[in-house]
Design a protein around this ligand. Structure first.
Ligand code: GLU
Length: 318
């Protein structure tokens, strides 16, 4: 029987700065793919970081998206209003014995990593973002010591015990229709171990990006995750969390990145490529489409079942 449920897409910006051309590409692609597929398009505000995210940036995001001609099908979901959902998932992972409180600061992690690398004469492994894999021995701390440390008020992060979490799991596949950083499409096996013991929450914040994004995609029924290729490696962690929490796996489409003139990734602090600055300089939404490589006259990309039964991008421009 054919599945009649319409596909669900989402754009999920963090209101910690101004949207730039890279966000415009992501939002426009998501919106066009959703509309072309007869699907739903959702906006999610990823504001778990209460220190860096502001209502003013959120208002600006909404204004920029409307200016680009993007509309969404229900009120935006704001992550800061759903901490209970993340806390429940965190509890489930804790009850399964897959979490531990990790007390090393970022500086201490770096110092410990270089100490170990000097001792062994080999470089200490880094995660896909280039940060040292967590080297702490907190994983083995006796329960009593843990409690005592927590009672002192020491800051800590809840880390996933990656070996325990992946033990006995079958390979975890996901379908990629946009392209891995080295340009491959098709079915990939997730490699969460490349991240080591990832952070899933902090003492005062019940979710990290990885946990919140995975829970929200499931709770919102997202079937297609369209986002920048810089998040390709993160998908492995999301795929693992789906397996551990019994959540469905969307189709993933990691699109090319819009790079600055010097070839570097755009950043939220580079004001010259912010949508607001470009709009104030007199550019139009059609100019923005052209600048991100989406020709206004061209049909929007669609995700269609390909010959091999997999999803491929037709009439794609990315
Ligand atoms: N909130 C993330 C960002 O602004 C995007 C998350 C996602 O699309 O999975 O980079």
């Amino acid at each position: 029987m054919q599945d009649e449920t319409p596909p669900v897409f989402r754009f999920a910006p963090s209101p910690n700065g101004e949207l730039h051309l890279g966000h415009a590409l992501s939002a426009l692609l998501n919106h066009a793919m959703a509309r072309r597929a007869g699907g739903r398009f959702l906006l999610r505000i990823e504001d778990i970081d209460r220190e860096r995210c502001t209502p003013a940036f959120e208002r600006q995001i909404i204004e920029d998206l409307h200016w680009l001609g993007i509309d969404w099908d229900e009120a935006p979901r704001r992550q800061s209003e759903h901490f209970d959902d993340y806390a429940a998932a965190l509890d489930a992972l804790g009850d399964a014995g897959l979490l531990y409180p990790a007390f090393l600061s970022r500086g201490e992690i770096r110092a410990e990593a270089s100490r170990r690398s000097e001792m062994s004469g080999r470089s200490w492994p880094a995660d896909p973002d280039g940060a040292p894999i967590y080297p702490g021995s907190d994983r083995e701390l006796p329960e009593e010591e843990r409690r005592a440390l927590i009672a002192t008020g020491a800051p800590f992060a809840w880390r996933l015990d990656m070996s325990a979490a992946t033990a006995g799991l079958p390979p975890l596949p996901f379908v990629e229709t946009g392209g891995s950083p080295d340009g491959r499409l098709g079915t990939f096996a997730a490699d969460p171990a490349a991240w080591g013991d990832v952070i899933l929450a902090r003492r005062d914040v019940p979710a990290s990006y990885h946990l919140a994004v995975t829970i929200d995609d499931a709770l919102q029924g997202v079937t297609h995750v369209v986002r920048g290729r810089d998040l390709f490696a993160s998908t492995s962690v999301h795929r693992l969390l789906q397996a551990l929490l019994g959540l469905p796996t969307p189709v993933y489409h990691h699109h090319r990145l819009v790079l600055a003139d010097d070839g570097r990734k755009l950043s939220k602090s580079a004001r010259d490529t912010s949508l607001r600055a470009l709009r104030q300089a007199g550019l139009t939404p059609a100019d923005i489409r052209r600048m991100v490589g989406l020709d206004a006259a061209e049909a929007p990309p669609a995700m269609m079942p390909g010959a091999a039964g997999e999803w491929t991008e037709a009439a794609a421009t990315d």
